[in-house]
Design a binder for this molecule. Structure first.
Ligand SMILES: *[C@@H]1O[C@H](CO)[C@@H](O)[C@H](O)[C@H]1NC(C)=O
Ligand SMILES: *[C@@H]1O[C@H](CO)[C@@H](O)[C@H](O)[C@H]1NC(C)=O
Length: 345
């Protein structure tokens, strides 16, 4: 039944005074008390310059949430936290039945050696419209607590650190000094676990590419470090042939897709997703990952073994810092096992 014209007119001009206010900004610092360990908000206040923007990054880096972080992390600990962030996210999405897959920089990292690249600061993933509807409708502002054991750590009473997972190994005494910092972190996480916040942008339902300030639909945020995963929705491109019946676009000919940041995805480039592992975590990757990576980063991104201060050591399958900083040193044994697995697979 259709609304009568006079009612339609009324609805269009109505300015309800008792409607719920639309939150233009992500949850305020005040409302996160108890979840954040900070006493001061380090978010940028772009209320005047970007009034329609929902997520606001920190004043010191666009890769941290200033409601949970006061400073950037050094490389080693950052990678440590990013791995856990991803592990907890993938586990949660699997559990609640939301299909998600790797994109952008972490897809490139996956392509090279199945790992986060040492210079990466964030993780990017995608979901489909149904998945984002689920997250927005049911899981907004949900806090997910993972114990140390959930994350693959066992609480230890002595200094020996358990790496957990499949490549479970005790860190040798020799390595203990160089990995002291990570060691402390392991214990910390083993003891207290981690809390992650899933926050959904109310603009997720606006599928317009003009909504440029809200191209990130949701964030999975590490409440102890402020690091996060950007979650973006892939949408179906509106049909350019308005009179073709929806039946004509059947399984054999899936529609082209797009994201709000104006990326277009040809039919069959994303689906069917391929199961794989990333940082030893079960993940899904787009079907035509090579084409996507070449399109986004250029062919050199798949052949050039030098980037910034890093060289790809094909022998060990690692990006190594030229300054001899030795990224990826901790857990070397585990890494090599992973690579052998990939070669076998
Ligand atoms: C999620 O919660 C935040 C904080 O209350 C709110 O600003 C935002 O609009 C909510 N998002 C959705 C999709 O409802
Ligand atoms: C979507 O966002 C754009 C840009 O802010 C805005 O012009 C448009 O009205 C929004 N559309 C909807 C349906 O909210």
């Amino acid at each position: 039944m259709k609304l009568p014209p006079e009612l339609l007119l009324l609805l269009a001009t109505l300015h309800p005074t008792n409607a719920l206010p639309i939150h233009r900004r992500s949850a305020s610092f005040r409302t996160l008390r108890g979840l954040t360990s900070l006493t001061h908000d380090y978010s940028t206040h772009e209320t005047l310059t970007h009034p329609a923007k929902f997520f606001h990054e920190s004043t010191f880096s666009q890769h941290y949430d200033g409601r949970f972080a006061s400073t950037e992390l050094p490389h080693h600990t950052r990678l440590f936290h990013l791995r856990l962030l991803l592990k907890a996210y993938m586990h949660t999405m699997e559990r609640i039945g939301v299909r998600t897959w790797l994109v952008h920089g972490c897809l490139l990292g996956w392509w090279w050696n199945g790992k986060i690249m040492p210079w990466d600061n964030d993780v990017d993933v995608m979901v489909d419209e149904g998945g984002m509807g689920e997250l927005g409708g049911w899981w907004n502002m949900s806090v997910h607590h993972f114990s140390g054991i959930d994350l693959g750590f066992e609480e230890s009473t002595n200094d020996v650190v358990d790496l957990g997972g499949e490549g479970k190994k005790e860190m040798g005494l020799k390595k203990r000094d160089t990995n002291h910092m990570i060691s402390i972190l392991h214990e910390e996480v083993a003891k207290h676990g981690k809390k992650y916040l899933l926050e959904v942008n109310p603009h997720y339902s606006n599928t317009s590419t003009r909504d440029e300030e809200n191209v990130i639909d949701a964030r999975w945020i590490d409440t102890s470090t402020g690091l996060f995963i950007d979650i973006t929705t892939v949408h179906i491109q509106p049909s350019t042939a308005p009179f073709s019946s929806p039946k004509s676009t059947s399984n054999s000919n899936p529609p082209p897709l797009y994201t709000k940041d104006q990326h277009a995805y040809p039919p069959n480039s994303l689906f069917p997703l391929r199961p794989s592992t990333f940082e030893s975590i079960p993940v899904l990757v787009p079907f035509d990952y090579t084409a996507l990576l070449v399109d986004e980063y250029g062919p050199a991104a798949l052949t050039q073994r030098r980037y910034k201060d890093f060289v790809f050591d094909a022998e060990v399958g690692e990006w190594v810092g030229e300054s001899g900083f030795g990224f990826g040193k901790w857990g070397d044994e585990e890494d090599e096992e992973g690579i052998m697995e990939r070669r076998r697979g």
